[in-house]
Design a protein around this ligand. Structure first.
Ligand code: NAP
Length: 280
């Protein structure tokens, strides 16, 4: 069997086109969605991410503002800016690009963002609501993973989903989202006794570990759907957490890296901003 390659780029494009229509409708009602991104310091990767988020907003008509603050910004200055954005009715979504410089307290900053504008879904209120199943905002990458699986035509209810990785931004919220979709969910991590065996029982395998090509052919049940969240730079090349060439031979569908989950993350950020504006 050779797996179908799930084209995240094409699916994200389709979503952006749908969102552009909603943005036009909201704009006609005088409610143009607005996303504000706060970038502190000079982290090169963060600068690239922020630029692509801004470009994606502009392409579909979302108002995007970027506050670029110097590395030496104090906690008090950053919190004051967040207060100001929380109170600004033209700002529907606030995103503080992580990681922050080491002297800043990330947890306090996330907690300061109004849960009603927390498009990243990192505020503890939104994390808790995700567990209850009532979240308005969920972390964009796992939201993108679920959307990708759905738009590939894979039914989730009743399937065994194994999530490899338990980070707060990918693994744990992915598990909660698949549970909400009525999957049977197993979470594996670095202390799991036999991760390969656990993974080989998955109908849908979600991999988010940050270990280049960790998942091999014998970790995957024939016919499984494999979603690779990993982004690793190896010898100047971007590779996932799944050994794509090997696993492609056994899976029924698989995401490439790049071009799989990556483009979905920004599409989900745009979707969250549009939904926030629609809620008013
Ligand atoms: P993270 O915070 O480093 O978490 C990694 C998780 O993997 C941890 O739960 C860790 O277990 C587990 N793990 C590590 N090695 C393992 C092993 N050998 N066997 C089983 N579990 C193992 O990473 P993350 O933020 O979730 O990101 C994961 C990957 O996704 C990275 O490559 C990252 O670049 C990528 N990513 C992509 C996007 C996107 O837009 N496509 C967005 C976010 C992240 P413990 O908890 O026990 O330590």
């Amino acid at each position: 069997m050779t797996a179908k390659i799930i084209d995240g780029k094409a699916i994200a494009k389709e979503i952006r086109a749908e969102l552009a229509k909603q943005v036009a409708e909201l704009t006609a009602q005088g409610r143009t969605p607005g996303l504000t991104v706060v970038l502190v310091g000079d982290n090169p990767a963060s600068k690239v991410y922020v630029r692509s988020k801004q470009r994606a907003c502009e392409e579909i008509g979302i108002n995007s503002t970027v506050h670029r603050l110097p590395e030496e910004t104090t906690q008090a200055e950053l919190l004051a800016l967040i207060d100001q954005l929380n109170a600004d009715d033209t700002v529907h979504g606030i995103l503080v690009q992580l990681p922050l410089p080491g002297h800043l307290n990330e947890e306090e900053v996330i907690n300061a963002i109004s849960p009603a504008k927390d498009v990243d879904g990192f505020h503890p209120i939104n994390v808790g609501k995700l567990q209850i199943g009532t979240a308005s905002f969920v972390p964009c990458t796992p939201a993108g993973v679920v959307e990708l699986v759905k738009r590939t035509g894979v039914s989730i209810a009743g399937q065994h989903v194994v999530v490899l990785g338990r980070s707060n931004i990918v693994g744990k919220p992915a598990a909660a989202l698949f549970l909400k979709e009525n999957a049977t969910v197993t979470i594996c991590h670095s202390r799991t006794k036999n991760a390969a065996e656990e993974c080989s029982r998955a109908d849908i395998l979600i991999v988010a570990v940050g270990r280049p090509k960790l998942v091999k052919k014998d970790w995957v049940k024939p016919g499984a759907v494999v979603i690779d969240v990993g982004i690793n730079r190896v010898d100047g090349e971007i590779v996932g957490d799944v050994d794509f060439a090997e696993v492609q031979e056994v899976a029924s569908a698989i995401t490439p890296v790049p071009g799989g989950v990556g483009p979905m993350t920004i599409a989900m950020l745009l979707k969250a901003t549009v939904e926030a504006a629609a809620r008013g």
